[in-house]
Ligand binder design. Structure first.
Ligand SMILES: Nc1ncnc2c1ncn2[C@@H]1O[C@H](COP(=O)(O)OP(=O)(O)O)[C@@H](O)[C@H]1O
Ligand SMILES: N[C@@H](CC(=O)OP(=O)(O)O)C(=O)O
Length: 428
């Protein structure tokens, strides 16, 4: 029988009553004859509290490797505690269960502390538990690196643990249980009449996740797509079936509607990188390469990486998540210094990105024109914008986020329109 991985996010485990409720749900699955692997996040706001605790000792702007190591040791405790609590609740109900840290569950991770990536999973201990009819409760969001040090996977990373574990358990079915009914055409907390998708294609979900739709972590969406994992997103607190993520894209070539969803990321900073001093000689690294190198070294994805004019020595602008602003600014300065060049990096915070997710957006220039007109009518000033075939992203002031999301959702009729393309995204 195909195995099943159930993931419960922090919102599903916020109170002790919630932990008992999740134990009851897992017990139901066991009663139906399946022994699940269960991946848990830290309860409620625990990770935010642990981040704040770490900052009380080290300060938000300090980024030495040693501090990053200790911070990861601390943050990982949230998930470890959660796993132990759920295992205790299961055992009290008479369900055999063992909680496992990321290391005990065999997750090997590489990359910097705070943004590790899963190299491989030795799932033998998880398997041994499942084979013995014992629920394996795995602490999400963490693994150990080549030095046996705990490394976390980045905020929201428990989704990635769950999908990676599903891959390691011979492509188990993976169910992400959260506090909303599934994947919607926009964040339902901002757009109350957003449409619930009964199915969504994996490539649309990847774009939504990368654009900030918190409901699934971007790397989890990518992994599920890459390995063909059967992925579901559903509500811990209702019996509704949720959203099924379909691997592959649309079978409709030119008739599929262009826009599917509007997503936002409310935690963005814009960095302007100004090279100082002499222009680079031919054969020397210019500012674009040095910025790209710095982003790669910091392991940070960025939007709007671009400059204002043609030439070898231009100011480069880029948008990153607020928490990455200081490390990226430091990495840029270090890359310029190594190249024997001087630089000034200016940071503007309190920004957000709002993205229309769809298909053929670049080849249908009307989409960008309509999006910008909708923002103008809503009196939102776009600070920058960039378009690919699958995502049209606008940088706005943080306080304009809700207005911008609702304006685009309305303009592209994402709530009302009856869709016939059930292979792409379909209304339930
Ligand atoms: N397009 C979307 N569809 C569904 N939920 C979304 C979307 N965009 C943002 N969200 C938000 O994602 C939240 C769930 O993610 P998160 O808080 O990380 O849950 P968990 O604690 O289960 O990991 C929802 O409460 C919802 O507000
Ligand atoms: N607890 C971590 C990891 C995580 O995945 O959480 P959640 O599943 O609640 O989004 C965080 O808050 O980032």
């Amino acid at each position: 029988m195909r195995r099943i991985v159930l993931k419960y996010g922090g919102s599903s485990l916020a109170t002790i009553e919630n932990v008992w409720h999740v134990a009851e749900l897992v017990h139901d699955v066991v009663r139906q004859g399946q022994t699940p692997a269960v991946v848990v996040s830290a309860r409620g706001d625990t990770t935010d509290e642990l981040v704040a605790t770490a900052e009380r000792f080290s300060g938000a702007a300090e980024h030495t490797a040693a501090l990053a190591r200790e911070r990861d040791q601390l943050l990982a405790c949230g998930e470890i505690s959660s796993a132990a609590q759920l295992a205790l609740a299961l055992r009290s109900r008479g369900v055999e269960a063992e909680s496992l840290t990321g290391a005990q569950a065999g997750l090997s991770v590489s990359g910097p502390h705070g943004s590790g990536v899963i190299e491989e999973i030795d799932a033998s201990r998880v398997r041994a538990n499942l084979d013995a009819g014992r629920v394996a409760v795995v602490a999400g969001f963490q693994g150990t690196n080549a030095h046996d040090d705990v490394t976390t996977l980045g905020r929201g990373g428990s989704d990635t643990t769950a999908v990676a574990l599903a891959v390691a358990l011979d492509r188990a079915r993976c169910v992400l249980n959260t506090d909303v009914d599934g994947v919607f055409s926009a964040d339902p907390s901002l757009v109350p009449d957003a449409r619930l998708f009964s199915t969504v294609s994996g490539d649309v979900l990847c774009e939504m996740a990368f654009g900030g739709a918190r409901v699934v972590h971007p790397r989890a969406a990518e992994l599920a797509q890459l390995f063909g994992i059967e992925l579901w997103v559903r509500n811990t607190f209702t019996d509704r079936p949720g959203t099924r993520v379909l691997s592959g894209g649309s079978s409709m070539i030119e008739t599929a509607p262009a826009a599917h969803a509007v997503v936002h990321d409310g935690d963005v900073a814009y960095l302007s990188v100004h090279p100082l001093g002499a222009e680079p000689e031919p054969g020397e690294a210019g500012p674009r390469e040095l910025v790209a190198e710095a982003l790669a070294a910091a392991g940070v994805p960025a939007d709007f990486v671009g400059d204002t004019r043609l030439g070898a020595d231009v100011a480069v602008g880029l948008a990153v998540s607020s928490s990455a602003a200081t490390p990226v600014a430091e990495a840029v300065t270090a890359a310029f210094t190594r190249a024997g060049r001087k630089v000034r990096v200016d940071t503007v915070g309190s920004l957000a990105t709002v993205s229309l997710v769809g298909s053929g957006l670049l080849s249908r220039p009307r989409c960008l024109a309509d999006a910008l007109a909708a923002l103008r009518e809503a009196r939102v000033i776009p600070l920058a914008c960039t378009t690919t075939q699958s995502r049209c992203t606008v940088l706005v002031r943080d306080e304009d986020t809700g207005t911008a999301v609702r304006a685009l959702h309305d303009a592209f009729e994402l709530d009302a329109r009856a869709r016939t393309d059930s292979t792409l995204v379909s209304a339930s």
